[in-house]
Design a protein around this ligand. Structure first.
Ligand SMILES: [Zn+2]
Length: 310
C-alpha cells in the first residue's frame, strides 16, 4: 500500500483531512485529488419513482433486523458531520435485502443551513431537510476502511429526514443529547453514550418501500463501492432538533476564534448515466404482497397514507 492510498483510506475512516483536503465549499475540485469523484456511477442521485423498475426479488426490510444494540457507540464531530461509530453493530445477512453479509459500522447526517434543505438524494426532484446514512461493510473484508474501495465493499441505507414533526423525536433526541450537553459540538470532540440503543428506535414505521441502485461515497474519495438503499418514508424531527444540527455543530476546534457551523454538508445530485434504479414491491410495513407495476403507485399511496409515522 503506498502512502497516498493509505492517506486516502485514513481520511475516509476518520473523516479528517489527512492527505489531500476537501471541502463542501469547493465540490467541483474534488476530482482533482480524488479522481473517482469524476466517475460515472456517483452518488447522490435524484430518485424518480415513476422511472424505478419494480424488482420483485427485493425483500422486505423488517424492524427486527435493526433491533440489536451495538456493544458501544462513539459520537464524534468529524469536521464534516456528526457521526456515530458502532462497535459490533448489527449484521444483515439476507440476499434478498443486500448482496452479501453486511455489518453496520457507523451512521452520520447531512443537513443544510437554516431555512434551507440539505438531503443528498432527491425524491422526484424534492429535497428533504436532511438525510441519515447508516454505513455497512461487507464482512468478506476485515473492516470498513478496507471495504471502502472494493466494488462490493459497502452498503448504505439512506433515510430522508423531515423537520416537520410537531414534537421532538425522542429517539433522535438521544442521539443529539451530547450536542445539547456541549460535549461534541467542536471538531475532533467525541463522547461515548452511557447506554447504547438500537437503530430500530429511530427508523420510520414503514421501511418497506425503498429504492436500490449502485453508486458511490458522497464525499471524497468518492469510491464507487456502495450499493444504495434509499427509503421513501422520512424520519421526522422537530424544528428545534433541526436547529441543533444547523447551529450547534461546528467545523472548527473548540477555543478557536469564533464558531463556524457545519452547514450544507451535502453533495448535489449526480448524473444517473446508464444505471437503473429499482424499487421494492412492498407497500406497507406488515404487507408481504406485490402487484403489477401499473397499480403500484396508487395503491401504495393509499396504503402508506394510513400508516402513522413515528
Ligand atoms: Zn453520508
Amino acid at each position: 500500500m503506498n502512502a497516498l492510498f493509505l492517506a486516502i483510506v485514513l481520511s475516509f475512516e476518520t473523516g479528517s483531512t489527512l492527505g489531500a483536503t476537501w471541502s463542501y465549499d469547493d465540490i467541483p475540485s474534488w476530482a482533482t485529488n480524488y479522481p473517482a469523484c469524476a466517475g460515472d456511477q456517483q452518488s447522490p442521485i435524484n430518485i424518480v419513482s415513476d422511472d424505478a423498475v419494480v424488482d420483485a426479488d427485493l425483500g422486505n426490510f423488517k424492524h427486527a433486523l435493526f433491533d440489536g444494540p451495538p456493544q458501544s457507540m462513539l459520537v464524534k464531530n468529524t469536521g464534516y458531520t456528526l457521526q456515530v461509530d458502532l462497535t459490533n453493530g448489527y449484521i444483515i445477512n439476507d440476499s434478498s435485502l443486500l448482496p452479501g453479509q453486511f455489518k453496520a459500522a457507523q451512521f452520520h447526517f447531512h443537513w443544510a443551513a437554516p431555512n434551507a434543505a440539505g438531503s443528498e438524494h432527491l425524491f422526484n426532484g424534492n429535497q428533504y431537510w436532511g438525510e441519515l446514512h447508516i454505513v455497512h461493510y461487507n464482512t468478506k473484508y476485515p473492516d470498513l476502511g478496507t471495504a471502502a474501495s472494493e466494488p462490493d465493499g459497502l452498503a448504505v441505507l439512506g433515510f430522508f429526514m423531515a423537520d416537520d414533526y410537531p414534537q421532538d423525536n425522542t429517539a433522535v433526541e438521544r442521539i443529539i443529547q451530547p450536542l445539547v450537553d456541549d460535549q461534541v459540538n467542536y471538531y475532533k470532540e467525541n463522547a461515548t453514550y452511557s447506554a447504547t440503543f438500537s437503530m430500530e428506535t429511530f427508523l420510520p414505521n414503514n421501511i418497506s418501500v425503498y429504492y436500490r441502485y449502485q453508486g458511490s461515497l458522497t464525499n471524497p474519495p468518492c469510491y464507487e463501492s456502495v450499493v444504495w438503499t434509499v427509503f421513501s418514508k422520512p424520519i421526522r424531527i422537530s424544528r428545534r432538533q433541526a436547529n441543533i444540527f444547523e447551529t450547534m455543530v461546528f467545523e472548527n476546534a473548540r477555543g478557536a476564534n469564533g464558531t463556524v457551523p457545519i452547514n450544507n454538508n451535502y453533495r448535489p445530485v449526480q448524473p444517473l448515466n446508464y444505471r437503473t434504479v429499482t424499487r421494492s414491491s412492498y407497500c406497507s410495513g406488515t404487507g408481504s404482497f406485490s402487484m403489477p407495476t401499473f397499480h403500484f403507485t396508487a395503491l401504495c399511496a393509499t396504503v402508506v397514507g394510513l400508516i402513522t409515522v413515528r
